[in-house]
Design a protein around this ligand. Structure first.
Ligand code: 4NP
Length: 170
Protein backbone atom coordinates (compact mmCIF):
# COMPACT_ATOMS: atom_id res chain seq x y z
CA UNK A 1 0.00 0.00 0.00
CA UNK A 2 1.48 3.31 -1.03
CA UNK A 3 -0.85 5.49 0.97
CA UNK A 4 -0.34 6.69 4.53
CA UNK A 5 -4.02 7.16 5.32
CA UNK A 6 -4.37 3.43 6.09
CA UNK A 7 -2.36 3.27 9.35
CA UNK A 8 -4.44 6.17 10.74
CA UNK A 9 -7.70 4.48 9.82
CA UNK A 10 -6.67 1.21 11.41
CA UNK A 11 -6.79 2.76 14.87
CA UNK A 12 -10.27 4.26 14.42
CA UNK A 13 -13.36 2.94 16.20
CA UNK A 14 -15.43 3.64 13.11
CA UNK A 15 -14.43 3.31 9.46
CA UNK A 16 -16.59 4.92 6.78
CA UNK A 17 -15.95 3.65 3.27
CA UNK A 18 -17.51 4.97 0.06
CA UNK A 19 -17.02 3.13 -3.24
CA UNK A 20 -17.40 5.28 -6.35
CA UNK A 21 -17.85 4.45 -10.05
CA UNK A 22 -19.55 6.24 -12.94
CA UNK A 23 -23.19 5.16 -12.82
CA UNK A 24 -23.36 3.54 -9.35
CA UNK A 25 -25.25 0.63 -10.88
CA UNK A 26 -22.45 -1.88 -11.65
CA UNK A 27 -19.05 -1.71 -9.98
CA UNK A 28 -19.48 0.38 -6.83
CA UNK A 29 -22.75 -1.21 -5.58
CA UNK A 30 -21.11 -4.60 -6.16
CA UNK A 31 -18.07 -3.50 -4.13
CA UNK A 32 -20.42 -2.34 -1.38
CA UNK A 33 -22.19 -5.73 -1.38
CA UNK A 34 -18.93 -7.68 -1.34
CA UNK A 35 -17.40 -5.69 1.52
CA UNK A 36 -20.63 -5.87 3.55
CA UNK A 37 -20.68 -9.62 3.11
CA UNK A 38 -17.07 -9.94 4.33
CA UNK A 39 -17.82 -7.74 7.35
CA UNK A 40 -20.97 -9.76 8.17
CA UNK A 41 -19.07 -13.04 7.99
CA UNK A 42 -16.20 -11.78 10.15
CA UNK A 43 -17.81 -9.57 12.77
CA UNK A 44 -21.03 -9.96 14.73
CA UNK A 45 -22.96 -6.75 14.12
CA UNK A 46 -20.19 -5.14 12.04
CA UNK A 47 -20.72 -1.91 13.97
CA UNK A 48 -17.29 -0.51 13.22
CA UNK A 49 -18.02 -0.13 9.52
CA UNK A 50 -20.16 2.20 7.45
CA UNK A 51 -20.20 1.18 3.79
CA UNK A 52 -21.91 3.02 0.93
CA UNK A 53 -21.49 3.68 -2.79
CA UNK A 54 -22.14 6.50 -5.24
CA UNK A 55 -21.63 7.49 -8.87
CA UNK A 56 -19.93 10.52 -10.36
CA UNK A 57 -22.78 10.55 -12.92
CA UNK A 58 -26.31 10.95 -11.54
CA UNK A 59 -28.33 9.68 -14.50
CA UNK A 60 -29.26 6.40 -12.80
CA UNK A 61 -30.19 7.95 -9.43
CA UNK A 62 -32.81 5.85 -7.62
CA UNK A 63 -32.17 2.74 -9.73
CA UNK A 64 -31.28 -0.70 -8.41
CA UNK A 65 -27.97 -2.09 -9.68
CA UNK A 66 -27.95 -3.19 -13.32
CA UNK A 67 -29.82 -6.50 -13.72
CA UNK A 68 -26.73 -8.23 -15.13
CA UNK A 69 -24.65 -7.23 -12.13
CA UNK A 70 -27.40 -8.37 -9.76
CA UNK A 71 -27.58 -11.77 -11.48
CA UNK A 72 -23.81 -12.33 -11.48
CA UNK A 73 -23.49 -11.14 -7.88
CA UNK A 74 -26.41 -13.29 -6.72
CA UNK A 75 -24.69 -16.38 -8.12
CA UNK A 76 -21.85 -15.67 -5.70
CA UNK A 77 -24.24 -15.05 -2.82
CA UNK A 78 -24.45 -11.24 -2.88
CA UNK A 79 -27.89 -9.66 -2.82
CA UNK A 80 -27.44 -6.11 -4.19
CA UNK A 81 -30.19 -3.75 -3.05
CA UNK A 82 -28.42 -0.38 -3.15
CA UNK A 83 -30.25 2.47 -4.89
CA UNK A 84 -28.01 4.57 -7.14
CA UNK A 85 -27.11 8.06 -6.04
CA UNK A 86 -24.73 10.73 -7.29
CA UNK A 87 -21.57 11.53 -5.34
CA UNK A 88 -22.00 14.79 -3.41
CA UNK A 89 -19.61 17.27 -1.86
CA UNK A 90 -20.71 16.33 1.67
CA UNK A 91 -19.38 12.80 1.08
CA UNK A 92 -15.93 14.23 1.78
CA UNK A 93 -17.11 15.03 5.31
CA UNK A 94 -19.04 11.81 5.79
CA UNK A 95 -16.44 9.25 4.69
CA UNK A 96 -12.85 8.40 5.67
CA UNK A 97 -11.95 6.43 2.59
CA UNK A 98 -13.31 7.20 -0.90
CA UNK A 99 -12.52 4.45 -3.39
CA UNK A 100 -12.84 5.14 -7.15
CA UNK A 101 -12.95 2.23 -9.60
CA UNK A 102 -11.00 3.84 -12.42
CA UNK A 103 -8.82 6.82 -13.33
CA UNK A 104 -11.72 8.85 -14.68
CA UNK A 105 -13.69 8.49 -11.42
CA UNK A 106 -10.50 9.34 -9.53
CA UNK A 107 -9.89 12.51 -11.55
CA UNK A 108 -13.48 13.65 -11.06
CA UNK A 109 -13.32 13.09 -7.31
CA UNK A 110 -9.95 14.84 -7.00
CA UNK A 111 -11.30 17.86 -8.83
CA UNK A 112 -14.10 18.08 -6.26
CA UNK A 113 -11.95 17.61 -3.13
CA UNK A 114 -12.10 20.83 -1.09
CA UNK A 115 -8.87 20.22 0.88
CA UNK A 116 -5.66 18.24 0.56
CA UNK A 117 -6.81 16.13 3.48
CA UNK A 118 -9.99 15.26 1.58
CA UNK A 119 -7.99 14.49 -1.55
CA UNK A 120 -5.89 12.06 0.49
CA UNK A 121 -9.04 10.08 1.31
CA UNK A 122 -9.20 9.01 -2.34
CA UNK A 123 -7.52 5.63 -2.85
CA UNK A 124 -8.17 3.70 -6.11
CA UNK A 125 -9.75 0.26 -5.70
CA UNK A 126 -7.00 -1.41 -7.70
CA UNK A 127 -4.48 -0.48 -4.96
CA UNK A 128 -6.18 -3.09 -2.77
CA UNK A 129 -6.16 -5.81 -5.43
CA UNK A 130 -3.36 -8.35 -5.00
CA UNK A 131 -4.38 -10.99 -7.54
CA UNK A 132 -2.39 -11.17 -10.75
CA UNK A 133 -4.17 -8.96 -13.27
CA UNK A 134 -3.32 -6.95 -16.34
CA UNK A 135 -5.70 -4.22 -15.21
CA UNK A 136 -4.60 -1.03 -13.47
CA UNK A 137 -8.26 -0.20 -12.70
CA UNK A 138 -11.60 -1.99 -12.27
CA UNK A 139 -12.92 -1.96 -15.85
CA UNK A 140 -16.39 -0.71 -16.67
CA UNK A 141 -18.51 -3.81 -17.54
CA UNK A 142 -21.49 -1.82 -18.85
CA UNK A 143 -20.82 -2.49 -22.55
CA UNK A 144 -19.25 -5.90 -21.95
CA UNK A 145 -20.62 -9.44 -21.79
CA UNK A 146 -20.78 -11.84 -18.86
CA UNK A 147 -16.98 -12.08 -18.61
CA UNK A 148 -16.83 -8.35 -17.84
CA UNK A 149 -19.13 -8.76 -14.85
CA UNK A 150 -17.29 -11.85 -13.63
CA UNK A 151 -13.95 -10.03 -13.95
CA UNK A 152 -15.29 -7.11 -11.90
CA UNK A 153 -16.49 -9.49 -9.17
CA UNK A 154 -13.15 -11.35 -9.14
CA UNK A 155 -11.27 -8.06 -8.72
CA UNK A 156 -13.70 -6.77 -6.08
CA UNK A 157 -13.66 -9.96 -4.01
CA UNK A 158 -9.87 -9.91 -3.92
CA UNK A 159 -9.67 -6.16 -3.29
CA UNK A 160 -12.36 -6.05 -0.60
CA UNK A 161 -10.80 -8.97 1.27
CA UNK A 162 -7.46 -7.13 1.30
CA UNK A 163 -9.11 -3.84 2.20
CA UNK A 164 -10.88 -5.53 5.11
CA UNK A 165 -7.73 -7.25 6.34
CA UNK A 166 -5.63 -4.12 5.95
CA UNK A 167 -8.01 -2.09 8.10
CA UNK A 168 -8.85 -4.78 10.64
CA UNK A 169 -7.39 -4.66 14.06
CA UNK A 170 -4.78 -7.30 14.87
P1 4NP B 1 -20.75 1.63 -13.36
O1 4NP B 1 -21.14 1.23 -14.87
O2 4NP B 1 -20.00 2.95 -13.47
O3 4NP B 1 -19.87 0.50 -12.93
O4 4NP B 1 -22.04 1.72 -12.60
C1 4NP B 1 -21.81 2.10 -15.74
C2 4NP B 1 -23.15 2.33 -15.58
C3 4NP B 1 -23.81 3.19 -16.46
C4 4NP B 1 -23.12 3.79 -17.48
C5 4NP B 1 -21.77 3.57 -17.64
C6 4NP B 1 -21.11 2.72 -16.75
N1 4NP B 1 -23.81 4.63 -18.40
O5 4NP B 1 -23.19 5.09 -19.35
O6 4NP B 1 -25.01 4.89 -18.21
Amino acid sequence: MTTDIIPRLKSKDEIRVLFVCLGNICRSPAAEGVLRSIIDSEEAGGKRWIVDSAGTYGGHAGDLPDKRMRVHAQRRGYNLTHRSRQFRQSDFDNFDLIIPMDASNERNLKSMAPTVEDENKIVPMIKFVKMATRYDHVPDPYYEGSEGFELVLDLLEDGCRNLYETLSRP
